[in-house]
Design a protein around this ligand. Structure first.
Ligand SMILES: NC(=O)N[C@H]1NC(=O)NC1=O
Ligand SMILES: [Zn+2]
Ligand SMILES: [Zn+2]
Length: 443
């Protein structure tokens, strides 16, 4: 008689605190036993030999746009969640916009939840939106399970998700503080970006660098300072998404030192791509805030190593190729990068292999920290009682990412052609193997 449903044996177990050889036993979708430097003597109904492999907790991508319902020609829950699973991710938080209707009231949330539970191969979670029209709906969204709220301080690029003016932000943050939830913000200054863009376009300057210069780092800094001041005044917990520069992160650092409850995210693309990639790859590498220079990229890695950054996500914001084609005007074309499948690969290759970032730190940034910030209990680490979500990785295996390797609805990404070190061999969700050696055996 097997005592456990599954035992993963002989792997190097990576937690937020250590890397050590051992066995993990799973029962009823939960971690039942972790044995470090020893064997579990009981038997499992299924057993996996992870000799020579690293067993990570299943990772969390707290920032994706899966576009379902309503804009499934861009992406969908099935393709999006499979892509995450290929990249070792077992839980995600889906943004309230780019799907339509956007997640700004409980009816729309239920619609998204129903589709997501039906189609996702991993654990879905949902952000609620904060827009000028829905302050009265924030509480019902929270009561129905959103993990946090999201607002844009500048136009979102989507007509049915309006950006929040200062009054909406302030009132919304008072309400979110009273609910006890958290506001995540896309922090760029509308005033600065619009003025600079208008000037560039008037002058006929539309190159990649012109686009980048129209959304400068100071625009992020201004918006972050403003929203931090609202957080201080209202007591609302705050999360800055996709900081593109350490200069932005340092504004958050100063606020943390003053005791403000604020966290900051950056994304795989700011840690692996620069303006040069935008020039070379065109629309595939267009995003907002835009990619920065090499020096900023290196500085951001310093911030990661120093613990100044709380979360790494993909901000997977896909679109069909036709919307990503830029001939010469970089102000045209969708801003948003397809990266869900590659974030962990970027951290392993550019972080661990190239810059000696400890594996434990990767677990913290993509596991324990997002779990804590978004209230995903028993997720993001390996310990008894935690959910049995894992990514089993061969750190020695290198591969070149090709278009046909992608599971996105639209098989393009600025990471195609890059060589990554560290390959996810199996992804396990709630004790079940969902992805194995390039395939989804049960789907
Ligand atoms: N609407 C949307 O997904 N926008 C995202 N894309 C991007 O590059 N930055 C964003 O905020
Ligand atoms: Zn954004
Ligand atoms: Zn986003």
């Amino acid at each position: 008689m097997a005592n456990y449903d599954l035992i993963i044996r002989n792997g190097h177990i990576v937690t937020s605190e250590s890397v050590a050889k051992g066995d993990i036993a799973i029962k009823d979708g939960k971690i039942a036993e972790v044995a470090i430097n020893e064997e579990i003597s009981a038997k499992g109904a299924n057993e996996i030999n992870a000799e020579g492999l690293h067993v990570f907790p299943g990772l969390i991508d707290s920032h994706v746009h899966f576009n379902e319902p309503g804009r499934t020609e861009w992406e969908g829950v099935e393709t999006g969640s499979k892509s995450l699973a290929v990249g070792g991710v077992t839980s995600y938080c889906d943004m309230p916009l780019n799907s339509t209707p956007p997640t700004i009231n409980k009816e729309n949330l239920e619609l998204k939840r129903k589709l997501s539970e039906e189609k996702s191969v991993i654990n879905p979670n949902y952000w609620g939106g904060l827009v000028p029209e829905n302050i009265d709906n924030l509480r019902e969204l929270y009561d129905n399970g959103v993990v946090a709220f999201k607002a844009f301080m500048s136009p979102s690029g989507i007509n049915d998700f309006h950006h929040a003016d200062d009054e909406t932000l302030y009132k919304g943050m008072e309400e979110i503080a009273s609910i006890g939830s958290l506001l995540g913000v896309h922090a760029e200054s509308t005033v600065i970006c619009e003025q600079l863009a208008t000037k560039k376009l008037q002058e006929g300057k539309t190159s990649a660098r012109d686009f980048v210069e129209s959304r400068p780092i100071i625009s992020e800094i201004e918006a972050v300072r403003r929203i931090i001041s609202y957080a201080e005044a209202t007591g609302c917990k705050l999360h800055i998404v996709h900081a593109s520069s350490r200069k932005v992160v340092q504004v958050v650092e100063e606020a943390k030192r003053r005791g403000v409850d604020v966290t900051v995210e950056t994304c795989g693309h700011y840690l692996s791509l620069t303006v040069k990639d935008l020039e070379e790859k065109g629309g595939l590498a267009k995003c907002a805030p835009p990619l920065r220079d090499e020096e900023e990229l290196e500085d951001l890695w310093v911030a990661v190593a120093n613990g100044e950054i709380d979360v790494i996500s993909s901000d997977h914001s896909p679109a069909p190729a036709s919307m990503k084609t830029i001939t010469d005007n970089y102000f045209e074309g969708w801003g948003g990068i397809s990266g869900a499948q590659s974030t962990f690969n970027i951290m392993l290759t550019e972080g661990y292999a190239k810059r000696n970032l400890p594996l434990e730190k990767i677990v913290e940034l993509m596991g324990t920290n997002p779990a804590k910030i978004f209230g995903l209990t028993n997720k993001g680490d390996i310990a008894v009682g935690y959910d049995a979500d894992f990514a089993i990785v061969n750190l020695e295996e290198s591969f070149r990412l090709e278009n046909e390797d992608l599971f996105y609805r639209h098989k393009h990404s600025p990471y195609v052609g890059m060589t990554f070190k560290g390959k996810v061999k199996k992804t396990i969700v709630n004790g079940e193997v969902v992805f194995e050696n390039g395939n989804f055996p049960k789907v």
